[in-house]
Design a protein around this ligand. Structure first.
Ligand SMILES: [Zn+2]
Ligand SMILES: [Zn+2]
Length: 226
């Protein structure tokens, strides 16, 4: 692959600061890159994006960035031109140049969830339990879920279980689900158990939560039922 030509093909003029609004106005879309349908990484939306997924600074106006809209997820996101150039030179590199942002505070009831794009669906706890479940749906199909047990009396919560379907791993779906659970009770003290197996442990070790202690004595709370 001719890396130099790939870099020269970058569509945005060098030295120009690209704001999110300008780029959205030009309707830059994932599909325009010939990758319609490809799954890009997802991250919980935050107020300010400081770096790309490889740690390249985006807020210092060093290189260009775009704000494409992912048709696949129906979400807005960012595209780091430094990463795009690197991935053009290294076809085997992970695709991290473009990622989509999901607002984890938007969680739909099961009977009213959108059937297109990537959305969070909140299931209330079963009767007599504390555990609520939040699922991640892609085009109406569940691709991952998280269960959590909050206690309003103790103001604590335990992250019980995170699961992502095999075809949808290494995209950030798991960490997005964890953020969605925490968003239900952000002021609580969160803990999580320690799983077995290297993959689960690698995921767990990136979650900034202490290990879970014995469960509290309260039953019947329903913090996720709202
Ligand atoms: Zn980058
Ligand atoms: Zn309790």
């Amino acid at each position: 692959m001719d890396c130099v030509r790939s870099l020269d093909d970058a569509p945005v003029e060098r030295g120009e600061t690209v704001t999110r609004r300008q780029v959205i106005g030009e309707a830059v879309r994932s599909g325009a890159r010939g990758e319609f349908g490809a799954l890009i990484p997802v991250r919980p939306a935050v107020k300010e994006i400081k770096t790309c997924l490889r740690g390249h600074w985006l807020i210092l106006d060093l290189y260009d960035k775009l704000a494409p809209f992912s048709q696949r997820y129906r979400l807005h996101g960012w595209l780091c031109e430094v990463c795009r150039g690197q991935e053009a030179c290294e076809p085997d590199a992970r695709r991290l140049a473009e990622w989509a942002l999901l607002d984890v505070t938007v969680q739909h009831p099961p009977d009213a969830a959108p059937t297109g794009g990537l959305v969070l669906v909140a299931h209330p706890p079963a009767a007599g339990t504390l555990a609520g479940r939040i699922a991640l749906h892609l085009d109406g199909t569940e691709v991952g879920s998280v269960t959590a047990s909050p206690c309003g009396k103790c103001r604590t919560a335990t992250l019980d279980y995170v699961h992502v379907a095999a075809d949808y791993r290494r995209l950030g779906f798991g960490r997005t689900l964890v953020a969605a659970a925490v968003a239900r009770a952000p002021s609580y003290r969160w803990t999580a158990p320690l799983p077995d197996g290297p993959v689960a442990q690698s995921f767990r070790a990136r979650i900034a939560m202490r290990r879970a202690g014995p469960p509290c004595a309260h039953v019947g709370g329903a913090e996720l039922r709202r």
